[in-house]
Design a protein around this ligand. Structure first.
Ligand code: FES
Ligand code: FES
Length: 155
């Protein structure tokens, strides 16, 4: 099937099998390998991207479901000095191996762009962060990075 979507601000057309996941279409057809694949069944969140403003697990979504939509991946996050979240992750040492990082960045970008105030509610922030898996950092650096970025984004 031929689909068209806006990916990181650019119109992209591609031919996909109906069962091709969005993750595979992004990584293999469009070469956007910043979106990582871990579990491939919706548990780890490494494959999180933003579709029409919502953080989604791209391993659970078919590419055809994004037809006509607006997709953002980690490659589209930085411009100039980087997204506030990227700077905050660096400053707060919120990554070690980095495998989970693109997923956390996109998860947090969607949440903070909608409501930077989410970080003031410990429960909501914990719930958000525990939806993605990180086996290295213990989450504390990621939590601090979320607070730091939210401060900048809320100004
Ligand atoms: S790779 Fe998609 S949730 Fe783990
Ligand atoms: S930094 Fe290694 S899994 Fe999160």
């Amino acid at each position: 099937m031929r689909i068209e979507m806006e990916v990181n601000g650019e119109r992209r057309a591609l031919e996909v099998e109906p069962r091709r996941t969005l993750a595979d279409a992004l990584r293999e057809d469009l070469g956007l390998t910043g979106t990582h694949l871990g579990c491939e069944h919706g548990v780890c969140g490494a494959c999180t991207v933003i579709v029409d403003g919502e953080a989604v697990r791209s391993c659970l979504m078919f590419a055809v479901q994004a037809d006509g939509g607006r997709v953002r991946t980690v490659e589209g996050l930085a411009s100039g000095a980087g997204h506030p979240l990227q700077r905050a992750f660096r400053a707060e040492h919120a990554l070690q191996c980095g495998f989970c990082t693109p997923g956390f960045l996109m998860l947090l970008a969607a949440a903070l762009e909608r409501d930077p105030g989410i970080v003031r509610d410990e429960e909501r922030l914990r719930e958000l962060l525990t939806s993605n898996l990180c086996r290295c950092t213990g989450y504390e650096g990621i939590r601090r990075a979320a607070l730091r970025a939210a401060e900048e984004m809320g100004r």
